[in-house]
Structures are given as C-alpha cells and as structure tokens.
Design a protein around this ligand. Sequence first.
Ligand code: SAM
Length: 218
Amino acid sequence: MSDPTRAITEYWDAAAPAFDDEPDHGLRQEHTRAAWSRLLRSWLPEGPADVLDVGCGTASLSLLLAEAGHRVTGVDLAPRMAERAQGKLAAAGLAGRFLVGDAADPPTGQQRYDVLLCRHLLWTLPDPGAALRAWVARLGPGGRLVLVEGRWREAGDSSVPYVAGAESLPWYGGITAEDLAAAVRPLVSGLSIEPLSGEAELWGGPVADERYALIART
Ligand SMILES: C[S@@+](CC[C@H](N)C(=O)[O-])C[C@H]1O[C@@H](n2cnc3c(N)ncnc32)[C@H](O)[C@@H]1O
C-alpha cells in the first residue's frame, strides 16, 4: 500500500466509529431514511438489480438497497468501514457483500452490474476521470451510473484537515454538477441531473452548498 493510500485508509478507519452520527450517514431519522429510499427507488430499476456501491462507507445507502430487494456489493478502502457495513446488514437480517479495496479498481473480477452507485467519494480520488471510466466498464448493457455528489467548498466550510497533500486532489472540495456532467457525458449514452440542495430532509437540515445526483445510462 502506498503512503498516500495508507494515510487515506487510516483517516477513514478512524472516522468509522462515529460516521453514522451524521444524519445523512446513519439515516437514523425515519424521514431521512424515507427520503433516501424514495430517491433510490426513482433512480434504480424496479426489479432486483445487481448494485455495486463504491466507497460504500458504513452502508448508509447499501442497507436501503438491500431492504428494497437489490443484490448489493459494497467496496471500501477502509476495513473498519467495510466491517461496519457488513455488520449493519447482518444485524438487519439482510444479505450483502462488502469488500475492502480501491473504488477506482473494484476487486469484483469480471462481474458486470446493473447499477454502480457512488455517494460522496469522487472528491477523495487521485484520478477521478479514470475511476469514472472504470465504473462505466463495470456496467452491463443498459446499466446505470448513479453519482450523488456536490461542491462543498463554496459553503465556507472550514473543513477538518484531510490527509497531507489533499489540496492537490483534482476534485478536492467536490465538483459542480456541470463539471461532473462534462466528465461523464462522453462515456455514456445519456444523463440527467437531479438537484438535491433544496431537500433538507436528506441532509438532516437545510444546506447552502450544491448537492445533486447524476444519473447516467450506458
Ligand atoms: C464521505 S464517505 C461516503 C461513504 C458512503 N458512500 C456514504 O455516502 O455514506 C467516503 C468513503 O469512501 C471511502 N474511500 C475513500 N477513498 C476510497 C477509495 N480510493 N476506494 C474505496 N473507498 C474509498 C472512505 O473509506 C469512506 O468510507
């Protein structure tokens, strides 16, 4: 493991125990869970789908997907995140597979997925463009790419220091919907953007920054 990867892993391992204390991570409020469930239903196919959740964290969204009957595989660099994800699904009596690995090259072999989901990960990646290409390649025919992202820097967030050198990450602080659409458009047959900043129930309160989902079809 390279030093930057080790530092990133250690950061997220340390964050894992308290990660679900954030309302949009733990989804402990019924109205927050319901709001995310509703959106996921609108973004995913109706029947059970094979979903790959990259940078899955503690399975905030994977849990809802498994509850909805989808077959979920989560990948996270941080072993403690993956452990918590697996534990949450097991505690809920739900099936799901959680792997430790790099989202930019998920350790899922040749398997193709109906949906690749990613929430709030792109800002951490050293080469997000390469990751997007790799994700599209993991989708089967008619597959969907669901990216829940945002641009947080403008909100004046003083931000807890991330790992050394993070300032040079290409999308550190997030990416606007317009810029992400420009990066994804050449890789897919079509895409739409759904603004999410105005939906306070998703985030545990009102937010002032840009948040959105990008839904693309291969
Ligand atoms: C902001 S959290 C988002 C977690 C989850 N997607 C959610 O929405 O609740 C970012 C997650 O990405 C993971 N992560 C960071 N870099 C990664 C990488 N290169 N590959 C896989 N996971 C990564 C972290 O361990 C962390 O769990």
